[in-house]
Design a protein around this ligand. Structure first.
Ligand SMILES: [Zn+2]
Length: 180
């Protein structure tokens, strides 16, 4: 359970009091918060140090691991020297495939974009999901296809409370246009 702390301004006069408010939040804070050190001196100014805790959740742990995998991958240009141009059209849908939450079209800079090509799931609480278009992209480049169209279903969990119970199942519909 997260702790929210409010602290009044430091005391300058020892006869004054400094107020600490500590509250409990029902939900976990995104990055957590914890008091790492508190020093109280008699009749003197006290100090409190707060930092963002590196405490992890199943969601943030997975995201960190995947971000690392992306960062460590070669660029698209390095991995697929033949590929000169890539445009992606992405539409995000809920599990029913009817309600669309967003639609984007963008040209990817192959010299900078990483070859582990992930698209974040639009479920803000999704755990261990998202969409990895890398295998589709690799297969398309290998066959020099000018474009591919498809649909992927998020393999993550709906939220941290439903891990191993309720899958996320959000849908991504994509079109990749490739130039060589
Ligand atoms: Zn998801």
């Amino acid at each position: 359970m997260a702790t929210l702390v409010h602290v009044s301004s430091p005391v300058k006069n020892p006869s004054h009091r400094r107020v600490f408010d500590i509250e409990y939040a029902e939900a976990e804070l995104p990055n957590g918060l914890k008091i790492v050190g508190m020093q109280l001196e008699k009749a003197g100014p006290e100090r409190i140090i707060m930092i963002q805790s590196p405490r992890t959740s199943p969601r943030s742990e997975y995201m960190q691991q995947e971000n690392l995998r992306v960062q460590q991958s070669p660029t698209l240009k390095e991995k697929f020297p033949k590929l000169k141009m890539l445009t992606v059209e992405l539409s995000h849908y809920d599990p029913t495939g009817v309600s669309r939450s967003s639609q984007v079209k963008q040209t990817v800079n192959v010299a900078f974009a990483k070859s582990v090509f992930r698209v974040a799931c639009h479920n803000q609480e999704c755990v261990r999901g998202d969409f990895d278009l890398s295998p589709k992209l690799g297969a398309a480049v290998a066959k020099k296809k000018p474009s591919i169209v498809g649909e992927m279903c998020c393999q993550g969990w709906r939220n941290r409370q439903t891990i191993d119970i309720e899958p996320c199942n959000n849908i991504l519909r994509y079109k990749l246009t490739l130039g060589y």
